[in-house]
Design a protein around this ligand. Structure first.
Ligand SMILES: [Zn+2]
Length: 609
């Protein structure tokens, strides 16, 4: 499913993969692009959509250089709860935001996905009980050891049900002592060799991606492991670098992985599942695998002091509630994954209703001259995984639940270097304030990087209405005592002004034809998640200015290209199962819709850059 498409949304490693863009199989559909609407397709199982970016070549030279030095330990994403890096100035922004300009989330962060987890033991260190590990990763409502839920629960919650990972646990026995396997490749490759011989792996393998992202759990604590190799702290990395190649065995290929200790700090020889490493550590590393960057950084003494400390699993929030209550992904991270699209606030007299983030709603206030710099407003009451934010404190900074106002200054290179908050005087992802009481206000919508001021004066007249929602205005002189009465429960826009964002505007243009969201058959929540298995496999390949499309069904086919405003810029009709379209003159991204005999079969974003 995923070969050639292993780019991370935030820490982009695309430059590696451009060389071998193979055919893409579209097995899942996923969209949150509001303007992008699909007609109902009676051909159940045929409907496909996928966003990808096929020839993104924007990642800066600094990234390439870093990734080109496989042995460099700097390429690892180390846990830096305490670390001794020197702070250096962050890279200048290059103005390209993958987050704000598109929603081409990593393919394997949408829908029902399956990931192998190698539970490794060595001659000298026993693995923890595999049945327990399987439950900790997958069981709905898992509560043992004081955690709020399983790892799968965490991702379902963070994605509003749009991403449902299943982790298949494979116990692996390596015959020698751990010290004999003292590098990523020495440890991982023999483990893979054993795993791919297992009959249960073979039986499950068709569920995995073409290049399989995986988790490998070593059998001791991270401190003990790092005695064998200083890089054996928890980290996320890829075999392309650590082993010199995407590793293939028995026809299965492996690349991106999370490398995590099974056992808690100071419990290197534990055998009790009570001594398992904290849930937040597994979630943090796996979040790297699906594309997120670290958001913590450190002061001159090496202590983590900055970044959104208790508010984010990619910062120190991974430790909240003894590691059992990592905060769910922020709206920023959900947008990065393609799971949520914040609504731009317009400067008017409306009463804004903001729902609990679990309802996948948030607002944005963007720099009018640079959409990469913006504020996000989200409501995080003390429920679920978020319920320990208010009892978490790091480096003297106390967390609070409430309305979080984030400042974001997205820069591709800063994220690609996995240290966007390196510059203490210019945090690229930070929580500016938390509003916790009725009638608190926030007025500092001033942009730091590109000196501009928002047209929004501030958030005023905040009213909390239980854990479900808050309401506010952007007009100081207006008064607001309570939230407007709830209209239809499921309506997400009872009082939400349909903003002037380009996405909202363009829906009219696109919907002038017969396009509507189908009733989702696979989601009970009425979300726009559309996940179905696809019988015939539509394949596309973009190479050297040519888009090759293979549609293995009969019938008249029409491929339409839309610009970002929803205007048709090109239409190609064909009868055969294969067509090759010259798109060398196309220099911007477009949306492509494929109809077969008048039925929509595929919709996807294509980037030609
Ligand atoms: Zn990390």
């Amino acid at each position: 499913m995923n070969i050639g498409r292993g780019h991370f949304l935030l820490q982009n490693v695309m430059p590696y993969l451009i060389g071998h863009l193979l055919f893409y199989d579209f097995v899942f559909i996923f969209t949150i692009m509001r303007w992008f609407k699909f007609s109902h397709v009676p051909l159940t199982g045929l409907f496909v959509a996928c966003f990808f970016s096929a020839s993104v070549a924007w990642a800066g030279p600094a990234v390439a250089a870093k990734l080109d030095s496989p042995s460099s330990s700097k390429s690892y994403k180390m846990e830096k709860i305490v670390f001794s890096d020197k702070l250096i100035r962050s890279a200048a922004p290059d103005g390209i935001s993958k987050i704000r300009s598109s929603n081409d989330a990593e393919v394997y962060s949408a829908g029902e996905r399956y990931f192998p987890v190698m539970l490794v033991e060595t001659a000298d260190f026993k693995a923890l009980d595999s049945a327990f590990i399987a439950r900790m990763f997958n069981e709905e409502g898992f509560k043992e050891n004081g955690v709020y839920g399983s790892i799968r629960d965490y991702f379902i919650e963070s994605s509003g049900g749009k991403f449902k990972p299943t982790f298949d646990i494979y116990p692996i026995k390596l015959p020698k002592n751990f010290s004999e396997y003292n590098s990523d490749s020495k440890f991982i490759l023999p483990s893979i060799d054993i795993m791919v011989e297992r009959s249960d792996f073979k039986a499950r393998a068709s569920k995995y991606e073409k290049v399989i992202p995986f988790v490998i759990l070593h059998p001791t604590s991270k401190e003990q492991a790092s005695k064998f190799n200083s890089n054996f702290f928890n980290h996320m990395f890829n075999l392309k670098n650590s082993a010199g190649k995407v590793y293939s065995k028995n026809g299965y290929s492996f690349n991106n992985y999370a490398f995590v200790s099974q056992k808690a700090e100071n419990k290197p020889n534990a055998t009790s599942t009570k001594d398992v490493a904290m849930l937040g550590a597994f979630i943090h590393e796996f979040s790297h695998v699906i594309g997120l960057s670290d958001l913590y950084s450190a002061d001159a003494n090496g202590y983590a002091t900055i970044g959104p400390l208790p508010y984010d699993v990619m910062a120190l929030g991974l430790r909240n509630g003894n590691g059992g209550y990592p905060p769910t992904f922020s709206a920023f991270e959900r947008e990065a994954m393609g799971w949520l699209k914040p609504t731009e606030i317009a400067n008017n007299d409306s009463v804004y209703e903001l729902k609990n983030l679990s309802k996948m709603q948030a607002y944005a206030v963007s720099n009018p001259n640079n959409r990469n710099e913006y504020f996000i407003i989200e409501y995080r009451p003390a429920v679920g995984f978020d319920s320990k934010i208010g009892s978490s404190s790091y480096s003297g900074k106390q967390g609070k639940n409430g309305v979080l106002i984030w400042y974001i200054d997205y820069d591709a290179r800063a994220f690609a270097s996995n240290d966007p908050n390196r510059n203490q005087s210019h945090q690229r992802v930070e929580v500016r304030t938390v509003l916790t009481k009725n009638q608190e206000s926030f007025t500092d919508f001033e942009f730091v990087n590109n000196v501009d001021k928002s047209s929004i004066n501030g958030i005023f007249n905040l009213v909390f209405d239980g854990n479900d929602r808050v309401c506010f205005t952007v007009n100081r002189s207006k008064t607001l005592d309570k939230c407007p009465e709830n209209e239809a429960e499921s309506s997400s826009s009872a009082v939400e002004p349909h903003s002037s964002s380009s996405f909202a505007q363009s829906s009219a243009t696109v919907s002038s034809s017969s396009v509507e969201f189908p009733k989702s058959s696979s989601s009970s929540s009425g979300s726009q998640l559309l996940v179905q298995n696809v019988a015939p496999k539509v394949q596309m390949r973009l190479s050297h200015g040519t888009l090759e499309v293979h549609v293995p069904v009969a019938g008249q086919k029409t491929l339409r290209f839309y610009d970002v405003l929803g205007n048709v810029i090109r239409a190609v009709s064909f009868e055969k199962q294969f067509v090759s379209i010259d798109i060398s003159g196309q220099n911007r991204s477009a949306f492509v819709m494929l109809d077969v005999s008048g039925k929509r079969l595929l919709a996807k974003q294509v980037k030609f850059r």
